[in-house]
Design a protein around this ligand. Structure first.
Ligand SMILES: [Zn+2]
Ligand SMILES: [Zn+2]
Length: 150
């Protein structure tokens, strides 16, 4: 199922929600701020076309790089390399290649930075576009889901 992480507009904490058509509000665990959400049947099926928070259609995909896990793995590999003569670093490299580069892609909303995991139509979503980001964030431009081509 698609997992949605909104950014609380009051305190900046992440608010985790699972899509449900009847859900209208996502409540922040930290400051109790209530963010309005609008889920459709598409979201329930994992298809992302409209943002449930800001209702925009502009998204980008990026690697779900978990820094904490990355650092922990690096430390483990460094300790193990004493006994494995550096083989653990090769294993770490392979792990990184498979785990972080292939499996974990997340989708982010340009406008409200909501993060979506397990998106079914991830193939339709382009990588980060700097110009689109600038125009959406600074000039409030709405691309309506049409990717800017260069
Ligand atoms: Zn909050
Ligand atoms: Zn959004």
């Amino acid at each position: 199922m698609m997992e949605v992480t909104l950014t609380c507009s009051e305190c900046g904490s992440g608010i985790h929600v699972l899509p449900a058509v009847e859900a209208a509000i996502a409540k922040c665990d930290v400051c109790a701020h209530e963010a309005p959400v609008k889920f459709t049947n598409d979201h329930v099926e994992g298809v992302l076309k409209d943002c449930p928070c800001c209702e925009r259609k502009d998204f980008y995909s990026q690697k779900d790089f978990n820094r904490k896990i990355g650092v922990t793995l690096f430390v483990i590999a460094a300790i193990l390399s004493i006994w494995t003569y550096g083989v653990s670093f090769i294993v770490l490299y392979a792990l990184d290649l498979f785990l972080f580069r292939k499996l974990s892609l997340v989708v982010v909303c340009y406008k409200c930075t909501t993060i979506f995991r397990n998106v079914a139509n991830i193939k339709d979503i382009y990588g980060y576009n700097h110009e689109m980001n600038d125009r959406i964030v600074y000039s409030d431009h709405d691309f309506e889901g049409i990717q800017l081509e260069h």
